[in-house]
Design a protein around this ligand. Sequence first.
Ligand SMILES: [Zn+2]
Length: 329
Amino acid sequence: MHPLPWPDPIHPGEVIVHTLAVPSPPGDEPLELSVMATRGAHDGPTLLVFAGVHGDEYEGVRAIPELMQRAAAIIEHGRLIAVPVCNPPAFAAATRNSPVDGLNLARVFPGDAQGTLSQRIAHTLTTQLIARSDFLIDFHSAGIVSSMPLLVGYSAADTPLGRRSAAAAVAFSAEVIWGHPHDPTAVGRTISAAEELGVPWLYTEAAGGGRTLPEQVECFITGALRVMHHLGMASTAPHAEPPRIHLLGAGNTDASIQAQVAGYFIPTVKLLDRVEAGQILGAIYTVTGMLLEQLVAPVAGRMVLVRGLPRVHAGEGLFLISGEQPVTA
Ligand SMILES: [Zn+2]
């Protein structure tokens, strides 16, 4: 197994919490990340799990402590490492981007040791953890203003890494799985940093809205346990139903359909609805009910993100549509 920047747990099945320091310039308060770890009795792969890369996404943060306990009870080979909150300043502020430097942590990987705080966090996570791992799962969700279905995203690249990512997505077994063809412009993410280091990856999305649904937290936990089983780290795994919907397309939530005007937003479609190109998706009104803008689907596909917060400003994201492929069992 890769050597870690700290001693492994002494006893198999023990869960320990480490502190990983993010180097800071002289005079700056150092930032510390809590990292949880457990290991099996035998050598094997290192599975790394992140949550809280965005500070307003809570499902993964809630999942990790219970995941560690349940993983510790079944792990036989290798080790599981998890960071419940990768972006403590954004988590403290309940914001997607860092309040310290305004940056989106998921757009600055692999980071910069001499950069701003977000860039230094990314550099620390990349060099200290991703580079020492064999597989990465990054728990995301829709954040406070939007909603997404529970899904697991994987690399649909026609490469050995893509095939390992796709096989793990099926093993994770969310109701919706979403393959992303290789996109050279999709950089700066945890998963793009992992890919550059040859580490296959998955990420998740969930409802968001500033709250957590227990059944979705359970899906994150059981999905990660099934990936452990898939990687040969455990001989048992929770039962799962096969995926029901298989999406295929780009997954950049920053490239969603945007409001052109400020106002009161009312969607007329729901998550996972099938829409046709040209179909009306919703509208923006004044508070006295005057229509300001009608939102129209530019392409056909499935709705994978719908804004929940009615108050919108020009330029804010409202919808994301993905293509789909037939589910093959
Ligand atoms: Zn996120």
